[in-house]
Design a protein. Structure first.
Length: 64
């Protein structure tokens, strides 16, 4: 039986504080789209993870 890959959300980066409800991953609230991209790319490299855009205001960082 092959090893099953299990993905985990390790961070959420967003420009909209109103949608933050908390949970198992830390939220990074940034001021604009440029900061959204910059912080997401940095976290992606630091955590050796993948960044996935949920919408224009939110990116999740996922590890496997």
């Amino acid at each position: 039986m092959p090893d099953e890959q299990k993905a985990s959300i390790v961070a959420v980066v967003t420009t909209k504080q109103a949608g933050v409800n908390g949970g198992g991953a830390p939220f990074f609230i940034v001021e604009n789209e440029e900061a959204l991209q910059k912080v997401s790319m940095s976290l992606e490299r630091i955590l050796d993870a993948a960044a996935s855009e949920i919408d224009e205001n939110t990116i999740v960082i996922v590890t496997r």
